[in-house]
Every structure is written in C-alpha cells, then in structure tokens.
Design a protein around this ligand. Structure first.
Ligand code: F6P
Length: 344
C-alpha cells in the first residue's frame, strides 16, 4: 500500500472533513500517501485530484461541508465514464480508494468491487438521512437532528405567542429518521413520516383536541418524503438528480394550507432545507466520523476491499458494502408507536 485515494460523493454533510482528516492521519502513521479526488466520482472520471498531507487537513475537523467538493455524478450512467474511472485509478497509481458516501456513492463502490476490474474500494457511510442499512448511525445525522431540534424550539415560542400552528418540513428523503428524532426531541405535537401515510382527519383531530384542552398552538413536524393517504409524493420540480432520485420538498406548504382549510387555525410553514446539512458537525458526529475514517484506512491496510466502516452499538466494525445498499433503512414502527404517545 503506497497511494490511497479518497473521495466524498452525494449530498454533503457535517463530518466529511473529520473523516478526510482521520484518513490522512492514519495513512501518515503508516507511510501511505493520500490523493484527494475532487467532487466525488466526477473527479475520478476527470482525474481531478489534490495531494493531501498533514497540512492540508489541519484545522478542518470542525468545518462543515467537504474540502474535496462533491457531486451526484454516477459514472455507471455512461459506459465511457466508468471506463475512465478504471483507467484513471490506474494512471493515478492508486492501490485503493476510500469512498465516503451514502447509498448512491457506496452503490457505485460496491459495483466496482464486484466487477473486479482492479479498483479496490472500501466505504465509509455518511448521510444526514440515516437511511443506510448495516450501520446503526451514519455521521451527519446527529448534527441535522440538532439543527432541526433547535429550529423547532425557536418555532415553539413564536407559535405560542401568535396562537398558530407551525408546520416544519425536515429532510430525510424516503426515511423519517430526522423527523422522528427531532420531532420527539423538540416535543412536536404531530410527527409525519414517509413510512406512515398522512391521514388528514387524524391530524386535524389531534390539533382540535389540543385546542380543546387549552393549547392555542401546535407544532407539526413533517418529513419531506411523507405522502398523503392514497396520494402522490409532492415534488418540488418534476426533476431527477444525477443519480435518478426525485427532488423532494413542498409537502409542508400543502399540509399547512390543508390544515388551515379544515380547522380554521392560522397556520405557517417553515422548510428547514439545506440548513440541516450546513455548518459545524456536532461532537457526536466528529467523534463518529473520526472513528470511521481510521477504520476505513485500517480496512485498506488489511486489504478488506468491498467492506465499509459501520457502527454497531458502541463499536466501530466492518460490514460488506453490499449489506448497506439496495434497500433503505426506514423508521422502526415501534419507535413511531412510542412517538404517538406524545401526539396532541
Ligand atoms: O440525502 C441528503 C439530502 O439532504 C436529502 O435529505 C434531500 O432530499 C436531498 O439530499 C437534497 O438533495 P440536493 O442537495 O441535491 O438538493
């Protein structure tokens, strides 16, 4: 092992720089050179790289985003692109590659390993959505939950002053993890997640009963991927991203106007959007990302290609990348039942 590449792909999240730093520090300990691949898989298609040393990763631990940049480029979309990835891996004389990403980025890593074309990849799981299988948590999630919780706390006070319903739309794609965690942590009165279709009668009933018991305001936390009963996902634009996913967003507005129409209660919407992905990582995410980065480099040293770092309980361990991709980890219904205790 002499030269190892590292890339960050997909949506950015707090903690990516902490992983990059840990990878470089562990590599330095083992006399390995690290080549940063810019902008995810796009950087390997274009051979766009930057050498990383101790200086380049100094001071980046608390910094959000990724110093390497990211993209949602899927090189498998064009046969010539995946060939460029393989050729450039060889041209750059890489012995291994660490792919830091979510389902899409790791999906590419998994496919490359399986095809056995000489590209040795290990994975590192990130996403604010926490929807990756085979790891208890991904880094980035804790920070997003903290940001959403703080925002909902702030909305509580203004909701109370104005006697309003506040609808808060959070990210999470097709999994309600951010909504359920931030919703419970902030004492939201209704939590709506993609795993359970929205029943408007039930939602309005909860809000009316709350009013009847003297509570003149309510907070409704809704996940961007939630759908109305027998309805369609609300799309922001009829657009797909480079990985082929629909762009979500907009459910909050529709939900708020439906609540107002059905109950007569004055209702406002806040869409937290990309604020949940920005800024400094929480201590939990810095700690987890650091452990994941060290583990990813250790997997490279052990030549355990096709594996990724994973959190099981309190241990950082390894699992086949294959186990993390393909199906989404969605919210456990037991957790949702628990959350219902606090509705209304
Ligand atoms: O996967 C992370 C995520 O932030 C989702 O929660 C959200 O649906 C999506 O990315 C937004 O993507 P983009 O950054 O392309 O707008």
């Amino acid at each position: 092992m002499e030269r190892v590449g590292v890339l960050t792909g997909g949506g950015d999240c707090p903690g990516l720089n902490a992983v990059i730093r840990a990878v470089v520090r562990r590599a330095f300990q083992n006399n390995i050179k690290v080549v940063g691949i810019k902008n995810g898989w796009k950087g390997l298609v274009e051979a766009d790289t930057v050498d990383l040393d101790l200086d380049s990763v100094s001071g980046i631990l608390p910094k959000g985003g990724t110093i390497l940049g990211t993209s949602r480029t899927n090189p498998y979309k064009k046969p010539e692109d995946i060939q460029k990835v393989i050729d450039n891996y060889k041209k750059l004389k890489l012995d291994a590659l660490i792919a830091i990403g979510g389902e899409d980025t790791l999906g590419v890593a998994n496919k490359l390993n399986k095809e056995k074309k000489g590209v040795n990849v290990v994975g590192c799981p990130k996403t604010i959505d926490n929807d990756l299988n085979a790891t208890d948590y991904t880094f980035g999630f804790d920070t997003a939950v903290n940001i959403a919780t703080e925002a909902i706390d702030r909305l509580h006070t203004t909701a109370e002053s104005h006697h309003r319903i506040m609808v808060v739309e959070v990210m999470g794609r097709h999994a309600g993890w951010i909504a359920i965690h931030a919703g419970l942590a902030s004492g939201s009165d209704v939590i709506l997640i993609p795993e359970v279709p929205i029943d408007m009668d039930e939602v309005c009933d909860i809000l009316k009963k709350r009013k009847d018991r003297g509570k003149s305001f309510s907070i409704v936390t809704v996940s961007e991927g939630a759908q109305f009963k027998a309805g369609q996902v609300v799309l922001k634009e009829e657009k797909l991203d480079s990985f082929g996913h629909v762009r979500l967003g907009g459910i909050g507005e529709i939900l708020a106007s439906e609540i107002e129409k059905r109950t007569g209660f004055e209702t406002r919407t806040t869409v937290l959007g990309h604020i949940q992905r920005g800024g400094t990582p929480s201590a939990f995410d810095r700690f987890l990302a650091t452990r994941f980065g060290v583990k990813a480099m250790d997997l490279v040293l052990a030549k355990k290609f096709g594996y990724m770092a994973s959190l099981k309980g309190t241990d950082v361990t390894e699992v086949p990348i294959q186990d993390a991709v393909g199906t989404l980890k969605t919210v456990d219904m037991k957790l949702y039942e628990l959350a219902k205790t606090f509705f209304g």
